[in-house]
Design a protein around this ligand. Structure first.
Ligand SMILES: C[S@@+](CC[C@H](N)C(=O)[O-])C[C@H]1O[C@@H](n2cnc3c(N)ncnc32)[C@H](O)[C@@H]1O
Length: 308
């Protein structure tokens, strides 16, 4: 069974809109690993296999995955209105909400979680992160660039968060979750694993989005690490379309230019004071593979049809 669901998070650089194109290039496998998981759109879109591993250096992000996997009801309860004493959220911020109802998506509550609330345990850290992720512009979780960005018509509404968390928790059962540097994960991947590798872009201003810088040395380190493991792993790498990257990976089997269309619904976010709706964008990336993908597109038709 494919059991395709959407990522629980909004995630900068997420591959949600490219998922069908990406799945069309993925061969059969029994071990699946994402060393740069982020919102893990591809893991959630594809069928689970015998061994699944998600890793990201961002511990705050991985803590939320842990909580969704192991304590979904605790997280759901954190995201519901409780008494002021119990939740430490001032009553004025949740007025008009009954006890037990989901916390409302409100600018003031976003501000409170961003600037004032101090989590005292992992569950509270995860709850705060989840609330901010679902209500921030483009899901950007770098606090310097985090702005309110929720709209009832195009964001997942709080009344649906619990169902989303439960569904995600099911898919995360038995999935290995870690928060390490990519090199440790890749060097220790079991032979014949398929790795979906989606590092921060080479040329875009990634430090705005993520909490860990990824320098030119890191890009070179990644190349070296993939090269030394290439004879024992199946590698699918995505990157921005840059000459440097093409040169760096000229030793791989296939490099494809791929494009896809997508639409972003924007809200009246604080920073940009705009109400532009449904802007059209084009995703353009390189798909770089160390295997031949010619025969795969046919094999994957059934899976893609189920996703449609
Ligand atoms: C482009 S995003 C991945 C997006 C993901 N594929 C999705 O669909 O949402 C890149 C991720 O790499 C992570 N990252 C940055 N440096 C890393 C490192 N040294 N090791 C592992 N992960 C790292 C970032 O925290 C970020 O979540």
């Amino acid at each position: 069974m494919v059991n395709s669901i959407n990522s629980p998070f909004r995630y900068a650089g997420g591959k949600f809109y490219a998922r069908k194109l990406i799945l069309a290039h993925i061969p059969q496998h029994v071990h699946y690993i994402e060393p740069f998981a982020g919102g893990a759109s591809i893991f959630f879109a594809k069928a689970k296999v015998g061994f699944n591993h998600l890793n990201d250096i961002d511990e705050e992000l991985m803590n939320v995955y842990f909580m969704i996997r192991d304590n979904p009801e605790g997280l759901i309860s954190f995201l519901r209105k409780r008494s002021e004493d119990e939740s430490r959220i001032p009553e004025r911020l949740t007025l008009d909400t009954n006890c037990g109802d989901p916390l409302p998506a409100k600018k003031e509550l976003h501000k409170f979680f961003k600037n004032i609330f101090e989590p005292i345990n992992d569950l509270e850290r995860a709850g705060r992160w989840f609330y901010l992720n679902r209500t921030s512009y483009s899901g950007i979780m770098n606090f310097q660039n985090m702005y309110w960005g929720y709209g009832d018509r195009f964001s997942m509404q709080p009344k649906n968060w619990a169902q989303n968390i439960r569904r995600t928790s099911k898919k995360l059962q038995n999935v290995i979750l870690t928060s390490d540097d990519f090199e440790t994960i890749i060097d220790n991947s079991p032979d014949d694993s398929l790795l979906f590798i989606d590092p921060p872009y080479y040329n875009a201003d990634q430090d705005k989005f993520y909490n860990y810088p990824f320098t030119r040395e890191d890009h070179l380190r990644l190349q070296g690490c993939l090269r030394r493991n290439s004879n024992r792993l199946l590698l699918f790498l995505t990157y921005d379309n840059e000459t440097d990257i093409r040169e760096m990976y000229s030793w791989m089997e296939e490099i494809h230019d791929r494009e896809w269309n997508y639409c972003i619904q924007r809200t009246d976010d604080q920073k940009f004071k705009t109400d532009r709706k449904g802007e059209r964008y084009k995703g353009k990336e390189l798909f770089i593979l160390n295997y031949h993908s010619d025969y795969i597109e046919l094999n994957n038709q059934v899976q893609l049809r189920l996703l449609a």
